[in-house]
Design a protein around this ligand. Structure first.
Ligand code: CMP
Length: 443
């Protein structure tokens, strides 16, 4: 009958939601079962309640779902039910099974002479699902698009609390019931003992008296020493990595500043360099688009470039109505360049080998002596096409008013694009002629 059911893909959303649900159940189990075992294991009124039954059903369904979920092994999707079964039976199945068996119902039935205490103690087997929780959280960690360091930090705190909870419950179990102390107070005392021992602080106000307590304390102290070092190391590492981009940027600026001071660069130039890095940080978090794209395979590079340049492309009237192929051809060949305020992007009379699209910022189109301003261009405009189209020297000077993010397109690509897309060529030629006339008429 099972063979009639289609195998569920591991990335199926409902499947993932189920896994999260099971995770919540496991966390609930991890918190509840130890408390239950240490405080109520001797009392019959708290035994075999409905939760036992519910847990068994949930964990059983979980096993059935796992039987029917394709798995990924070494990046290969395995959909054959037999294969999946084999893989499951070779490992996790036994842990899942042990956590699912309702010992209480089976061994508590007639014909078994098991004490109430042992029966309750067997519930600890449910804690085996803890390993599942580790696996699910690891999987969820990679699919959450939050800062991975923050996710790691949250998980670290979570695991510390789980460990402390289990150790505290273990201590209560070993310590036995303390007369005249409520369960809550006893738990708080045990938790306090756990934290002071695990963190190696050990005030010594709660001390082991029995041999078994001493042995337990020794184990916790050893775990504590290792765990403490691990936690401190991890947290230091996490904090250092929390904003790795900012840390790198700071380091870069510090190095450059040291260099500029060492080489006695004029203060205003040093200030300009610092301003430039601030601009790069504010506009792109210090990442240079070219180097980010450089590492990607072509298909991803195209998609990322299109996404990054979408806004700019939408602003350029010239591209309106242009086909996807043309936009792809151009986008893949655009080179981002940054200009600081009052920079000359092109100078009148020079030979030109590139044209530019403005993504951010404003530039002035001015005469050679900068006395006449022919036009002011901003985001979405382009310039530098005349020299390429007419093979003449630059007809005007282009000076930036502020920080400008431009995209440069070189002549070879420009020529190739014009050849391939005649409608686009026509539009750009019209524009160039109009501008050329304007300049000539204003002389
Ligand atoms: P090019 O001659 O290569 O270099 C200077 C650029 O200024 C020129 O190409 C045009 O893109 C641009 N330009 C010239 N005249 C004008 C104008 N009147 N309005 C807008 N842009 C212009």
């Amino acid at each position: 009958m099972l063979t009639g059911i289609k195998m569920v893909r591991p990335d199926n959303r409902i499947r993932f939601a189920w896994e999260i649900f099971v995770l919540v159940v496991i966390i609930w189990t991890i918190i509840n079962i130890p408390v239950y075992v240490v405080f109520f294991s001797g009392s019959a009124e708290h035994s075999a309640d409905i939760t036992e039954l519910i847990l068994t059903i949930i964990f059983l369904i979980d096993i059935l779902i796992r039987f029917n979920t394709a798995v990924i092994v070494k990046r290969k999707l395995i959909t054959s039910r037999m294969e999946v079964l084999k893989i499951y039976l070779r490992g996790w199945f036994w842990i899942d099974l042990a956590a699912t068996i309702p010992f209480w119902f089976i061994l508590g039935g007639p014909g078994f002479a098991v004490t109430l205490q042992t029966l309750n103690l067997l519930r600890i087997a449910r804690l085996l699902k803890l390993f599942r929780a580790v696996q699910t959280l690891r999987r969820a960690r990679t699919s959450i698009l939050l800062n991975p360091n923050i996710v790691r930090m949250v998980l670290l705190v979570f695991w510390i609390l789980v460990t402390a909870h289990l150790v505290a419950c273990g201590w209560i179990y070993i310590e036995g019931d303390i007369a005249d102390v409520s369960n809550v107070k006893q738990y708080i005392m045990a938790f306090y003992w756990t934290i002071t021992t695990l963190t190696t602080i050990g005030y010594g106000d709660i001390t082991p008296k029995e041999t078994i307590q001493m042995l337990y304390t020794i184990c916790v102290e050893i775990i504590g020493a290792g765990l403490y070092g691990f936690i401190i190391g991890n947290i230091a590492n996490l904090i250092a990595n929390l904003d790795i981009a900012r840390a790198q940027q700071r380091e870069k600026i510090e190095k450059i500043n040291t260099f500029m001071q060492y080489r006695n660069l004029p203060t205003d130039l040093q200030k300009k360099v610092n301003d430039y890095y601030n601009y790069i940080w504010e506009t792109r978090r210090g990442y240079d688009e070219t180097s980010v794209l450089h590492e990607l395979p072509v298909s991803l590079k195209t998609n990322v470039s299109i996404f990054l340049n979408k806004e700019m492309i939408e602003k350029v009237p010239l591209f309106r109505g242009a086909g996807d192929a043309l936009i792809r051809d151009i986008i893949l060949n655009l080179e981002p360049v940054v200009y600081t305020p009052d920079d000359y992007v092109v100078k009148k009379g020079e030979m030109g080998y590139d044209m530019f699209f403005i993504s951010r910022g404003t530039v002035d189109v001015v005469s050679e002596d900068e006395k006449i301003v022919y036009a002011t261009l901003s985001a979405g405009h382009f310039f530098g096409e005349i020299a390429l189209l007419l093979s003449t020297p630059r007809t005007a000077t282009i000076k930036t008013r502020e920080y400008c993010d431009l995209y440069r397109l070189n002549k070879d690509i420009f020529d190739r694009v014009l050849e391939r897309y005649p409608v686009f060529a026509e539009k750009i030629k019209d524009m160039a002629e109009k501008r050329n006339m304007e300049i000539k008429s204003s002389k």
